[in-house]
Write a protein that binds this ligand. Sequence first.
Ligand SMILES: Cc1cc2nc3c(=O)[nH]c(=O)nc-3n(C[C@H](O)[C@H](O)[C@H](O)COP(=O)(O)OP(=O)(O)OC[C@H]3O[C@@H](n4cnc5c(N)ncnc54)[C@H](O)[C@@H]3O)c2cc1C
Length: 468
Amino acid sequence: MLGAGQAGLVAAYRLTKLGHEADVYERWPGLGGQAATIDIGDGYLVERYYHHLFTSDRDMADLCAEIGVELETWPSSVSIFRNGELHPFTTPLDLLRFKPMSLLGRIRMGVGALYLQKFANDVTPYEPMTIRHWVEKVMGKQAWEHVWGPLLYGKFRDQADDISMSWLWAKLRNRRQVTGEEAKEERLVYPKGSFESIFVRLRDLIEQQGGRVMIDRPAKEVSRDADGKFWVTPAGPDSFRRGHDPRNFEAAGEPERYDAVIAALPSDIFEQLLSPELAAEVGEDYLGRTRSIEYFAALCLLCVMDRQFHPFYWTNVADTDLGFIGLIEHTNLVPPEHYGGRHILYVANYLPRDHELLGLSMDELIEYYEPGLRKVNPEFHRSWIQQSWMFREPAGQPVVLPNYRERMPAYQTGVPGLMLANTTQVYPDDRGTNYAVREAEEVVATLLREQGLTAPPVRERFGVPLAA
Ligand SMILES: Cc1cc2nc3c(=O)[nH]c(=O)nc-3n(C[C@H](O)[C@H](O)[C@H](O)COP(=O)(O)OP(=O)(O)OC[C@H]3O[C@@H](n4cnc5c(N)ncnc54)[C@H](O)[C@@H]3O)c2cc1C
């Protein structure tokens, strides 16, 4: 297994539970990948990038129940920052009060969202069209101008107009029901003790079941013998300081031999890991698919503050001049008492990988964000920030363009025993730990079936069999 993120750990857990041997190689000196945590002081852990679960995240809920990790549910609050003001946006009633749009425009947007939730059971008709096209046609031009346009611009910049409607379909359908109890109050889910509880428990179970989880031990190269077995060449500790490209790592230790390899890491790293011979076996058709899906980088500033910054858990910034696209005040979801009284604020951005903001130092970034933060809370002063960290994830968000499914790489790479499972393959859902759990179960089942071994049943996606 390459990668000890949510997907890699679940896949190794499933394989070892079924009696197979599994080793997990991980580049970072910690578990959890994009959902990994840091200690913000006194042993309090929070994710480097803001994380929560939805009440609809069944795969994650089932996994946590199975492995004995407690999930807690908290009332959430959402707002949109538009025209220089914070507008509550948690319930359908909030939408009706959203001043930047006319009353008719608000009603039309609400009806559009309801229609999608209630009647649009099949994603297929939405796959070839863009969000812009659908929103302007069904929800109206105001909904695009004041809500979806700016939000998508924040997430996808110049590609905002081109994002597939299947992306919004999945977000609006799967994540939140605007009917029943949740219409009055949105509730979100968070693992007791942070996402680290899930990763540590999975690691312990993998090890109890005979597997190995090796952090700070990346793979440098994967090659294949004439007899079809794989060799994984490990790299030394601290390789992460050399960046993400494994070709820049130094080999350390003897290559190890495996019957199969699951690469649970981003597509570009997968290609960089392949020996030239193995890359040729995988072939241009498959690698072309992986290359055709662009990732946007996530840039996240994590601030520990001495006071509350604003009253919402989640604020979508729809005024593009603020310089960031979201504010996630974690301690407005899980209260500060759980962190020794600390207040935790994330300032979020998604950017093309070559964007200049990704080159700023943390101090420069705070300075750049300061005027925008003061627009949201004019009282804000930099001295409120007691500690801060900056994180950059190059594979933060796959860009979902129309007819994505036609280009999505399969788990099977075409080389028997070599599988790829990452955030580009959870479509039509958007990336998320819940889908990484489902994907891990699917890729394990696919691998076992391909090898002629007994595989557990998994839920179907698109009604298509998993293994060829
Ligand atoms: C800003 C942000 C916010 C998010 N918010 C949420 C949220 O609120 N809720 C939610 O459910 N999801 C959220 N997600 C998405 C979620 O974190 C991911 O979908 C999920 O963690 C992906 O898991 P993965 O295992 O597929 O990939 P990753 O987490 O990317 O794991 C890949 C692993 O491979 C490792 N690796 C890389 N190179 C090598 C190598 N050469 N050898 C060995 N290992 C290597 C990496 O270090 C990493 O640990 C968020 C993501 C981001 C970026």
